[in-house]
Design a protein around this ligand. Sequence first.
Ligand SMILES: Cc1cc2nc3c(=O)[nH]c(=O)nc-3n(C[C@H](O)[C@H](O)[C@H](O)COP(=O)(O)OP(=O)(O)OC[C@H]3O[C@@H](n4cnc5c(N)ncnc54)[C@H](O)[C@@H]3O)c2cc1C
Length: 444
Amino acid sequence: MVDASALPDAIELAIVGAGPHALTLVAHLLQKRQALRGRCLVFDPSGSWMRQWHHQFAAFEIPHLRSPAVHHPDPDSFALRRFAESRPAELFPPYDLPGTQLFHDFCQSVIQRWQLQDCVYPAQVLRVEPLRPRFRLELHSGETIVARRVVITGGGGKPQWPAWVSQIATPYPSDRLQHSHQIDLRKMNLRGETILIVGGGLTSGHLALGAIARGANVILMARRCLYEKLFDADPGWLGPKYLKHFWDEPTWATRFQMIQQARNGGSMTPAIMTQLRRAHHDGKLTFYEQCQVTEAAWLGDGWQITCARSLSANAQAVEHYHPTIHPTIHECIHSQCIERLEHLERLERLDQIWLATGTRLDMTQDLLLSQLLEQSSIEVVNGLPVLDEHLRWQPRELAGELFIMGGLAALQVGPTARNLSGARMASERIVPAITKPTLAMTFR
Ligand SMILES: Cc1cc2nc3c(=O)[nH]c(=O)nc-3n(C[C@H](O)[C@H](O)[C@H](O)COP(=O)(O)OP(=O)(O)OC[C@H]3O[C@@H](n4cnc5c(N)ncnc54)[C@H](O)[C@@H]3O)c2cc1C
């Protein structure tokens, strides 16, 4: 961590957020240009690398990553495999998925190898103000720093709360209805409780298994049939197989559709699905598929929920399916529900509701980016900015080099933009723009 009293007046490059995307970018940058060492600062309220990532994995007790060992922040693709040579038991089948502790230790080794221990300044960036051609960053402490270039990572994702939550008429204890980002399984004793988990993605699977392990009975409710997929998006999206077609698509709104179809909402890994089926068989888990909550009321000692059959989102996906991409999706769509809701139903005496309903990426809802939008409007398609090929905010009035990486860069990077693979692909676009003078923007 950088000494909080040692903020310089000006810096070459400021990076907002110290998650895996920022770590990937800094490692790739230093590999290309050692001279940038000491001229770049990363800002994060935690003052340390990967805090958010490690917290998520610990809070949901996730044993291993969903992505294979080739995806990680170091520029050397084989670095994690080499690191794991003495710990082979921590690479999980079927594709050597790194164990959580292994990945943690590996990232620490990346931080040490690239000497990045002192890169992270403990502050939230509240405002990025264009100074033409630089930027002034305003920190929550009231301090400011001027940067020639800015990269914004980890922005834009806001927890999605279903509409019925805002219609709950009865007051209720806040710890009885929580979004997944508020949940920390490690602190919970759930013996004898009944928990409704809403959502059909991997997070709801992790939470269900964690709750059952703590003695709870779980109802897992999803708007469509749960379905299995190894990865968030087909590996064809990591290379030209699908990306060429994606990049050839000139209409941003169509690209957005392609991203949605490739990710196709939440899915479970086969391994988690097997454990859920087992819990179902043991009577600890009930599935409510193709089902959605229509009303909830807190009755003083528990929740009463009314739920109804939902129009299958799986069926909608078939309708809008893009035939040239992601052929394997068909297998998922035709999978059968384990337990489908046929009628309107009322559930009584639920102790807690957990919403594993994901986040929505929308730059117009992000504090930093919405302020920038006011000063320099760019095209925004369903919440995603239209960036140039190096992930730069098109200059216009902004007149400085500002990059965005992470899920918000998906219109250029593709459906895996938010993942570790997306961090590498984004770095490969951003690094040349910073290190090659011919690619740097010129400003009037
Ligand atoms: C439970 C879970 C498991 C996942 N597993 C995988 C996986 O196995 N493989 C994979 O490829 N992907 C996975 N992902 C997806 C993705 O890789 C992660 O979400 C990853 O953490 C995204 O990295 P990031 O750097 O964009 O953001 P984050 O890890 O969220 O980090 C962003 C950081 O930015 C900071 N920040 C935000 N705003 C500001 C500000 N204004 N000023 C200063 N700092 C700020 C935050 O405090 C945070 O520390 C997973 C996601 C989740 C939620």
